[in-house]
Write a protein that binds this ligand. Sequence first.
Ligand SMILES: [Zn+2]
Ligand SMILES: [Zn+2]
Length: 832
Amino acid sequence: MTVPTPPAGSEEPVAYDPTAVEAKWRARWAERGTNATDLHGARPYYQLMMFPYPSAEGLHIGNLYAFTGNDIHGRFQRMQGHTVLEPLGYDAFGIHSENFALKMGVHPTELIPRNVANFRRQLDRAGLMVDWRRQVDTTDPAYYKWTQWVFLKLYERGLAYKKQAAVNWCPSCKTVLANEQVINGACERCHTVVEQRALEQWFFRITAYAERLLKNLDWIDWSESTRTAQRNWLGRSEGAELRFRVLDPLTDAGSAGVMVSQEITSGSTVIPVFTTRPDTIFGATYLVLAPEHPAVERITTAEQRADIEAYRERARRQDLVSRQVNKEKTGVFTGAYAVNPANGDMIPVWTADYVLMGYGTGAIMAVPGHDERDFEFATAFNLPIVRVVAAPDDDAHTPLTAAYTDDADGRLVNSDQFNGLPVADAKRQVTDWLTQRGTAKAVTTYRLRDWCVSRQRYWGPPIPIIYCDACGTVPVPEQDLPVVLPNVPDYKPDDSGVGPLARHAAFHDAPCPKCGKPARRETDVSDTFLDSAWYFLRYPSVPRDDVPFDPALTKTWLPVAAYIGGNEHAVLHLLYARFINMVMFDAGLVPTEEPFKRFRAHGMIIRDGAKMSKSRGNVVNPDAYMDQWGADTVRTYLMFIGPFEEGGDFRDQSISGVRRFLDRLWASARDARTDGEPDAEVMRKLHQTIKKVGDDVPALSYNTAIAAMMEYMNVLRRGERVPHRAEVEPLVQLAAPFAPHITEELWELFGRSGSVFDAGWPAYSEALAQDDAFDLVVQVNGKTRGKVSVPRDVTQEAALAAAQADAGLAKFITGAPKKVVYVKGRLLSVVV
Ligand SMILES: [Zn+2]
Ligand SMILES: [Zn+2]
């Protein structure tokens, strides 16, 4: 397709036809390799966007919003003289694709390539500066070979381990769910009530990195909201681990008070608990163990055994999340007593489902006076409630009607030698005292749990492990990677708790890599979040297939200069990526501990004031809008509807304003004269606009940059004036990151060879940008009396004349001035 040029001498204006212009430049870019990045080019700049999951519905307008915002930043950096790498790929493994394939009755190996082809068509249309030679697809064996390699690297370093764990199980999706995938006790995908199961799972020891992950948040240049979300997720707390010895009913009868000062004797059961409030130890009136706690079995007395067993069975059927939010407190007394290490009191040991095995030590010391859940529980079961912290207006005897949880203003009461101490001091002193007595140690804990990476599903990279009767757990040797996911027709998950690959002997029967005897492969696949935890390390090294990342290229391109994505990935993806990068850094494989120098979260777009959703039927189909308006208009409009980091409201009726701007740009370039001089007033506005757009784009303030260009357009065409080319050409450059196709066309029209993106950024002149007039401050007899607008090059005489001519000032300047001082550009001082 070509753009018709008017025959010589024709007066007929050529209208802007985005369809033709955009098709022409798509072809031209491909032919010239305009978007192909020279990986050895000067000033490398890695511009990264979150790669999409290629759904069957095609590109979502939200994807397009994010990618366009990213693309504008990348194109701008290129015009600033950087060699920009802006890659893209597909995050195509995972349960979403698999569930959709099952629903449609199409195998994922057929479905995904189809979706990817459709995405590629749409992405090409959007005019992104993507170097497709570096594309990754997580389902390609050439990619997941290295995902498996990453798994093995973690295994080698002792960071991947397998353990039996209580997990949330969705009986409908037939898979394990993470805690954050359980909403009110139901599966977030299918709303089926979730059960609890004990399964053998692979975990990554991300908790070993908790401290480093937290510390670096202080300095990485990331959106504040994202850093806050990560801080909360990591959940660091300082406290103490206290040890409670369970009384042996035979030897300890009636002697609790004597035992407390002695060493804990070996052989007796000791329950460690973690608390952030060691200062409240004197108020610990009972212990609660999670129903799964191994000590429950050991300490339960014969009389209580039947009740305990029934209760444990009941808890087993509940999911982990609803156990924590259950309003009604339930629990059973084990019949056993433990010793409070501070005051030697015998306190009963209970089990209750509000305590979870996976958190802390699986046991708590209950301080009903100062913890809300403990207060409710103690009230329900008639357990003693003791005040050990008093509010400023209370004393040791003020009864508690609710838990008093404030730890800022309280001071200790009913706590022997610690009475009167403020809570903060008491935390430390109580811990020290108990530590000396051998019943405590100071510890720091994190809310973060280890990352469960096993999935009992089909559509993911097989975990590269082999189990041998003689050799145990054997990692697949690197030269045997990838462990290819077999193309099997029967890939439905079932209720057995093991993945579908366990039904395929041809897959799981394999010789042991160590001894050669028959052995069995791991049949779980890894979590999709592992695929995306390292993809940014891969792009520069595609297509090398002998290493995951080329050392020299990795050193050149990493860390990522700018990463843009949704804040819904604040904790999972963005935390996992930081973790994997840190592990690779420790292995000497990447140059920095942090993978993303700068991260900015973009906002969300809504439509006509409401959230877009399929059920509301208000989802914007990017294809339809690009057909009607052209990609350049859609791109610019998306960036115009609000601050990029906050999002905006998509309204059909306001697109035309943006289209009109591009129409006027088109007409201005075609109408531009080359004879005579540009207008000084217009040039001043132009330089102000160059400054504004150049400041706004790197700050992602795209909407204000566009508004500034529109404002300039109004000055440029005021009174239907014919612009000078020198007034238009720089505007074409400023608009280029937003509307790449039309600006390339106009750049060519101006007789420029090569891409506008290699033409640099228009030069900005501060002198030219300065307004001619300015407000001069006028003082009379040392007092500021007002301001007067004067030309920048005003003389002292002219400034005085202007002040005398101003009605507001004239009443102060009476008679002939005795003295006049003019401070150039700043102040006129008159003495009368
Ligand atoms: Zn489900
Ligand atoms: Zn073996």
